[in-house]
Design a protein around this ligand. Sequence first.
Ligand code: UVW
Length: 325
Amino acid sequence: MSEATDAPAMRELLGEDAPTNWGKWGPDDELGCLNYLDAKEVLRGVQHVRSGQVFTLQIHMGRTEGPGDPLWPGREGIKRQNVLDESTWDTTAAPAFPGGLHYADDTALIFLQGSTQYDALGHVWYDGKLWNGYDARSTVGGMDKASVLPIAEKGVVGRGVLIDMARHRGKQWLDKGETFDHNDLEEAARAQGVTIEPHDILCIRTGWLKYWYDLNDPEKFYEGFCEPGLTYSRELVEWFRDKEIPNLVTDTIANEVTNEPDTGVALPLHCALMRNLGVTLTEIAWLDDLAEACAADGRWSFLYAAAPLKVVNGTGAPVNPVAIR
Ligand code: UVW
């Protein structure tokens, strides 16, 4: 990740009058734009199921071969270990169950954001305020406000649309730091023959996860770490607000170009979209198989359904979203 010591403060970049949805769903809201996903939206999503093909969008968690799991720098992959397995019964201390039952058990130490995951709406902030104006001190020791739990309890179901930016640019994957914006998304959608409609769950493929696995070289992958992705502009934020996008899903670790190219500010869209507008972010989604199927028959919309784990006070949680087309 590049350092930008003279980068402006987030408030300066986004503006004092940055677009916001604070208060739109009341003072106690913890769902933000997921409020747009009502029963009507579920039924709209169902209309896009034609062939019955099912795609699960989580990456493998705890892969031991190849480069392992792609993670935000500083996070570690799952540490899973067996507590009970057949070797337990090699010893006399093994539990004895009537009938001779043996079984396997394991534990795991995980970063809740160490795989395909939903970010809690309160996961990032600036100027001491989270989504809806909640005090950043409410994160201390566990998220009292805007944790992942309300998202998990609601579930995310609606019409998904996939924009394949890598395919649109004729690439296997976008380059390090390569950017695109809402105009590029609209142009790619037109080329794909699909429309990004209000309330769509917006899935964007950059090929970046494929790069991770194919490259198989974490050192090279993390060198000058700067993922490709959406880049900040006021117009882009207004586009998200006006389209009432509830959920942004990408095959990158952090949903946007890591450092905004003009200023070097890190992850401004996390602040502009999640903190200010209440757009839920889903990261590290495996979109390649879904993209292949969509490209094969030219249908880029589907029913999207996901629910992260119900982690009380969690900053995020793993998820295995399902796309049905
Ligand atoms: C950070 O916000 C640092 O990470 P992410 O949203 O990718 O979990």
